[in-house]
Design a protein around this ligand. Structure first.
Ligand SMILES: [Zn+2]
Length: 313
């Protein structure tokens, strides 16, 4: 049996560091300055600090991370919180408290209405593979913009894969223009903020899309998997699968035949043929066929006669 609030909290990895958006605190009342284009790893563990420095240098951004839990909700914890003098006063969902500090200094978690005075607080838990530790790193933010962005990024990844574990992500700070109240004459003003985002690594997304496309093909897809390359430019050709395949094949045969008997077909690259409409291909077939017929007629009039006479000699 679990002890309530002690052993019923589920599996949690030890926290080895906090990845912050600001510099060190100036004082208890004054937080450090926003570092804007980079993060700061805050840790007591010298080995962790060194490994992070080796991997990301002095202005770390675009951090390669993995998520330790399956769902967005488990990896990204979001509440409204009220803090004072370093202590949590209450935590709520903006309507109902899930935890609050009683007058006797103990925490209670029976539901009660939010007393107000709280602000958004999001905590993302990540792994950084380069640190080679099973411990998690917490990325805190109190920005509502960060919270909205991270939540939608994680929801999208979860919708795509179902389970967020094992996906390589990039955690990034990037500038974005946001619109806030507080401009002159009651107008909104546009500010640049460095916001957090987390997205699956592009290499992984490419592989994932290719695998999805292959899985969706019917039958023996290996025959189709070799891409066509334009012999002249080296470019990959995206083939319009079903359209006038027979016509293209016939044109190819006729052009080959024409070459075999010493004729010269119109100069056409494979890409040009693929770019032609079915009607244009049919016109080209007629044209090539006519030249072929003409050359055969000429051969019939001259060639075979000579051959026969040579045989007779
Ligand atoms: Zn509240």
């Amino acid at each position: 049996m679990p002890i309530l609030g002690l052993t019923d909290r589920g599996a949690a990895f030890p926290r080895i560091a906090t990845l912050r958006k600001g510099g060190p605190k100036v004082s208890d009342r004054q937080p450090g300055q926003d570092l804007k284009d980079h993060f700061r790893l805050d840790t007591q563990d010298a080995e962790v600090a060194q490994a992070f420095q080796r991997a990301y240098g002095d202005t770390p951004n675009d951090i390669r991370v993995m998520l330790p839990y399956a769902t967005a909700a488990e990896n990204f914890d979001c509440w409204q919180e009220e803090w004072s003098a370093g202590a949590l006063r209450h935590r709520c969902d903006s309507r109902t408290c899930v935890r609050y500090l009683h007058e006797d200094g103990t925490y209670h978690d029976d539901p009660r209405p939010c007393p107000g005075g709280c602000k958004p607080a999001g905590r993302l838990v990540i792994w950084i593979p380069e640190l080679q530790r099973a411990g998690v790193i917490v990325v805190p933010t109190t920005s509502i913009w960060d919270i909205i962005e991270l939540q939608s990024n994680l929801d999208a990844a979860q919708a795509m894969r179902g389970d967020l574990r094992g996906i390589p992500f990039i955690l990034r700070r990037a500038p974005r223009k946001i619109s806030t109240p507080g401009g002159q004459d009651g107008k909104r003003r546009r500010l640049e903020k460095w916001l957090l985002s987390i997205e699956p690594a592009p290499d992984w997304v490419r592989l994932q899309l290719a695998a999805t496309a292959r899985a969706a093909l019917p039958g023996d897809h290996l025959l189709l998997s070799a891409p066509m390359v334009d012999e002249d430019t080296g470019e990959l050709i995206e083939e319009d699968d079903e359209v006038c395949v027979g016509e293209r094949e016939l044109l190819k045969q006729l052009r080959d035949e024409l070459r075999t008997i010493g004729g010269t077909p119109h100069p056409l690259t494979r890409a040009q043929v693929l770019a032609m409409s079915c009607e244009q291909i049919r016109a080209e077939i007629d044209e090539t066929g006519a030249r072929l017929d003409a050359m055969r007629a000429q051969d019939a009039a001259e060639g075979p006669v000579n051959d026969v006479s040579e045989d007779l000699l």
